[in-house]
Design a protein around this ligand. Structure first.
Ligand SMILES: Cc1cc2nc3c(=O)[nH]c(=O)nc-3n(C[C@H](O)[C@H](O)[C@H](O)COP(=O)(O)OP(=O)(O)OC[C@H]3O[C@@H](n4cnc5c(N)ncnc54)[C@H](O)[C@@H]3O)c2cc1C
Length: 387
């Protein structure tokens, strides 16, 4: 991909800059109406933007000091599925409030027995007239305690192989029978939750696409998630500080005397730069609507990099790094360090990403046991999967 940014006098840049000059503090709805929240989506939600226009809009938005509405799971993971496969009513009802950040979304996929092997899920949705009755449990659901809506995958058929018979729903999180229990993580915050469904009546019109054909959509959602977790420049799934920030910190504070530590910091910087260029390629793939193994490659490299840089920063704090004031985390580095073990788990573990890279980028053979319908852990235990 050509990473040269369109020049200052590019007509599309001039026009975008003029828009931000005329809208000094745009509301979320104004940004949505202008197509600036998801420029690469089709109209009326986006602008069908090519990579260059998307980079122009990102750049001009940054220059104007304007931020996009926050709805990472809605906009990053679920929205593209609704755009591609939702019906007109679903698009009309959900997409604009989602883009404006007025209705927050979560992703109800993982279960206690179904993480990497997601198709093993046991939550059931049984058709009963105009509704599906949903029973089961999800876990690690980020933002479920704040979300208005979720994307839910549940089993609608049991008599077929596990990848078939899964359906994909939109679910309102305030329906009777939905119980959300926050789980506190090491940072002291509860970023994710357990979610229980006790005979929850989900309107049949909330099914996306065809019944039993949800697995393909689930895989696309996971691919979107990997793109979304890889597109920002920060160490923490795109957010937070970067290796460049670490270097800047030491440069501005008199440098580093220790030669060994200097080597480590430079190594971290080089990795960060390689990942920055790879990110440009990813943006190109994303705007060309081809989220795929490339995002897995970047995530497999970026997550261990994030862990390494947060640990390096913590080590460099010396004894002071062990202190927090009144139990509060005082910097993005402290918080990032405590969150960093999750980086190589959420959104696909590093091992699973390496499997995807092996099979889909390198053309290595599929894991035979998976093809035969066994899960990885069943393979290790030497047992076979249920039908
Ligand atoms: C911060 C965070 C936020 C999350 N948010 C959400 C969310 O919003 N919604 C949601 O649905 N889920 C969410 N998750 C869950 C996440 O998707 C799962 O944790 C992840 O898919 C791994 O599943 P698991 O935890 O069940 O581990 P397992 O799948 O049980 O894996 C255990 C270990 O076995 C290894 N392993 C498994 N299969 C293979 C294989 N085939 N080959 C080699 N090794 C293998 C794994 O790499 C791992 O080391 C979140 C997780 C985290 C950490």
């Amino acid at each position: 991909m050509d990473v040269d940014l369109p020049p200052e006098d590019d007509p599309r840049r001039v026009e975008t800059r003029r828009w931000f000059d005329e809208h000094r503090a745009p509301s979320a709805r104004e940004l949505v109406d202008a197509g600036f929240v998801v420029p690469h989506w089709p109209r009326p939600y986006g602008l069908d933007a090519d990579p260059a226009l998307q980079l122009i809009i990102e750049g001009e938005m940054r220059r104007a000091g304007v931020s996009k509405p926050m709805n990472p799971i809605g906009i990053g993971h679920c929205g593209p599925i609704i755009v591609a496969l939702g019906n007109d009513e679903q698009k009309q009802r959900y997409l604009l409030p989602m883009l404006a950040g007025e209705e927050l979304w979560c992703q109800l996929f993982s279960e206690p027995g179904a993480g990497s092997d997601l198709a093993n899920l046991g939550t059931r949705a049984e058709r009963d007239g105009d509704v599906y009755r949903v029973n089961g449990q999800k876990i690690w659901t980020s933002l479920a305690d704040h979300a208005e809506f979720g994307i839910l995958i549940a089993r609608t058929r049991n008599d077929v192989s596990k990848h078939r018979g899964i359906s994909y729903f939109i679910i309102a999180m305030d329906l009777p029978g939905v119980e959300v229990r926050p789980i506190r993580n090491m940072t002291g915050e509860s970023g994710f939750n357990e979610v229980f469904f006790d005979d929850v009546r989900v309107p049949a019109e909330n099914l996306i696409g065809e019944e039993n054909l949800g697995w393909g959509m689930a895989k696309s959602t996971l691919a979107n998630e990997r793109v979304s977790l890889s597109t920002g420049g920060g160490l923490q799934w795109g957010y937070g500080p970067s290796a460049r920030d670490l270097v800047t910190h030491f440069r501005d504070n008199g440098g580093l005397d220790d030669r060994v530590v200097r080597q480590e910091v430079v190594r971290a910087y080089i990795e960060g730069e390689i990942l920055r260029y790879h990110r440009m390629r990813m943006i190109s793939a994303a705007v060309n609507k081809k989220p795929g193994p490339d995002a897995s490659l970047r995530k497999a490299l970026a997550d261990p990099h994030g862990k390494k840089v947060f640990t390096l920063a913590k080590n460099l704090m010396g004894a002071g790094g062990m202190l927090t004031i009144n139990g509060a985390l005082d910097s993005a580095w402290d918080r990032g360090f405590l969150f960093s073990p999750a980086l190589t788990v959420g959104g696909g573990t590093s091992e699973v990403l390496r499997n995807i890279i092996a099979e889909r980028l390198l053309g290595l053979p599929h894991d035979l046991d998976v093809e035969q319908g066994k899960t990885w852990s069943e393979t290790r235990r030497g047992t076979s999967a249920p039908a």
